[in-house]
Design a protein around this ligand. Structure first.
Ligand SMILES: Nc1ncnc2c1ncn2[C@@H]1O[C@H](COP(=O)(O)OP(=O)(O)O)[C@@H](O)[C@H]1O
Ligand SMILES: [Mg+2]
Length: 65
């Protein structure tokens, strides 16, 4: 199935704090995808990296809607 979100080996650090540590997942077109986790686990950082509001430290992110 067509993948509309691709995240591969994504890392994002704020100074010495590595908020995203080697994240890999894909979301197929039409799939309802939940991003769950406790406060401080990196949900907002993940979404803002996907939208381009934040730059990644390394790895790949891709979206095609
Ligand atoms: N602008 C920022 N500057 C420095 N550290 C940040 C910033 N935003 C988030 N962090 C840190 O990154 C980690 C993930 O935070 P965040 O993405 O906000 O998690 P969530 O949205 O899941 O609560 C936390 O350790 C948080 O303190
Ligand atoms: Mg948040």
């Amino acid at each position: 199935m067509e993948q509309v979100i691709h995240v591969e080996n994504l890392r994002k650090s704020y100074g010495n704090n590595e908020a995203l540590k080697d994240i890999t997942f894909q979301v197929p077109k039409g799939q309802i995808f939940g991003l769950l986790g406790p406060s401080g686990s990196g949900k907002t950082t993940m979404i803002k990296t996907l939208t381009g509001e934040l730059t990644k430290s390394s790895g790949q992110v891709g979206t095609q809607y």
